[in-house]
Design a protein around this ligand. Structure first.
Ligand SMILES: Cc1cc2nc3c(=O)[nH]c(=O)nc-3n(C[C@H](O)[C@H](O)[C@H](O)COP(=O)(O)O)c2cc1C
Length: 385
């Protein structure tokens, strides 16, 4: 399989390249009756958008166009196609890497797999993270549908290079990080992160970072034994994001150094229901959601395109050479990566919610549509406050 699609019942297929005319997505399996307009998609895209401080300076308006699957402001049950034009394309900045594959990027692997003569070197072609725009566009539909179960998904940057956010953060603060230029949930850390990233920019270098995403109030019972566990699908979804090098949920890798009684979560009464005291397992036990918040984290490596020269092989001369990357690049991909991780978590949750019958697969009732629209407005306002 060519690998451009993701999901079973709620299935996305992404298309387009960094310097092609458009990037876009076909979303199949959207139930009829979902209120949807281009502004909903634009809202989610705005948090991934380049052209701002501390991220790539590529100036893209990221205006989505819905080409199919809606009639009079509601989905029809047919595939929803969304396209976004690539506007600010400067392919000449990539002339050097045409013959000099960048260390750390996908260039060499694509050349080896598809052949040099077929390689679209312009802006990284299909391997460019411009593709992740398509995932974020699709996630607007997923997030809207999750309004039916009152589930909210939001993320923030929890580490950048050597700096780590080391305090408790509320879900509200995570939601509001959408309006922070560094996706920081705490103002004092935002300041420190800014200083660090300014140094990297001045040096022509880059930093890695850790992103945390939380899904509040997820439906109970999502995830199928044995191979379609929610943790397995989340891991695949998140590891498919360019530059992600690691995934964990709950205590994750920290659990290795702890003892059983510290890691096991206590089962307690929570009003009329039974819950967990500390949520050390990040909302997942046995690969199935417990109803506690889902907490996942992933590690992004530092951006590979840097101005500091490094060794490569010049494919024109077949000699070892030096390459330094020009063009506009993110000094830390983890910053814009937050929106992409949120998107992948939302896509996994809605796919499983439809598979479990928690969200209708064919048609939403009038009440469902109204509830979704009301909760969506509330969510947009909550992020701003
Ligand atoms: C939101 C986002 C933005 C990115 N921006 C850049 C960039 O400006 N320059 C770059 O070299 N890599 C960037 N990347 C990472 C590359 O796309 C990625 O390293 C490359 O496709 C190779 O894949 P791999 O790192 O997973 O092996 C970005 C990734 C994400 C998620």
């Amino acid at each position: 399989m060519p690998g451009n699609s993701f999901g079973e019942m709620f299935r996305i297929t992404t298309f387009g390249e960094s310097h092609g005319p458009v990037v876009g997505v076909v979303v199949d399996g959207v139930p009829a009756g979902l209120p949807l307009n281009e502004e909903d998609i634009k809202f989610e895209l705005s948090f991934r958008k380049p052209g701002k401080s501390f991220v790539s300076k590529r100036k893209e308006p990221d205006e989505p166009k819905i080409l199919s699957g809606i009639y009079e402001g509601r989905t029809t049950g047919a595939p929803v196609t969304i396209v976004v034009r690539n506007v600010d394309v400067i392919s000449s900045s990539y002339e050097e890497i045409r013959y000099k594959p960048r260390p750390g990027h996908a260039d060499l692997a694509y050349i080896k797999k598809y052949g040099y003569e077929n390689w679209d070197y312009r802006g990284g072609g299909r391997s460019s993270a411009r593709e992740t725009l398509s995932r974020v566009a699709a996630s607007a539909l997923a997030k809207k549908l999750l309004m039916l179960t009152n589930t909210l998904v939001a993320g923030h940057l929890v580490s950048l290079g050597p700096l780590e956010l080391n305090c408790n953060v509320s879900f509200k603060e995570i939601l509001c990080s959408k309006y922070s230029p560094l996706r920081c949930s705490k103002k004092d850390f935002e300041k420190k992160f800014k200083e660090l990233i300014k140094n990297a920019i001045a040096e022509g270098n880059s930093y890695g970072g850790t992103v945390e995403v939380v899904a509040m109030n997820p439906p109970v019972g999502l995830g199928e034994p044995v191979f379609d566990k929610i943790k397995a699908d989340l891991a695949k979804a998140i590891m498919s994001i360019p530059a992600v090098v690691g995934f964990e949920y709950g205590l994750g890798f920290k659990a290795v150094k702890m003892k059983g009684n510290e890691v096991n979560d206590e089962i307690i009464k929570k009003g009329n229901s039974i819950g967990l005291r500390y949520n050390t397992s990040g909302g997942i036990l046995g690969g199935i959601t417990t109803g506690e918040p889902i907490v996942v984290r992933c590690a992004f490596k530092p951006t590979s395109s840097i101005r500091i020269p490094s060794k490569t092989v010049n494919l024109k001369t077949n000699e070892e050479d030096l390459v330094s990357t020009k063009g506009r690049h993110d000094p830390a991909v983890a910053i814009r990566g937050v929106s992409v991780v949120e998107a992948m978590v939302s896509l996994v949750l809605i796919d499983h919610a439809i598979r479990a019958g928690v969200v209708p697969s064919v048609k939403l009732s009038k009440d469902d549509s109204e509830k979704i629209e009301k909760n969506w407005r509330r969510y947009m306002n909550l992020c701003k406050q």
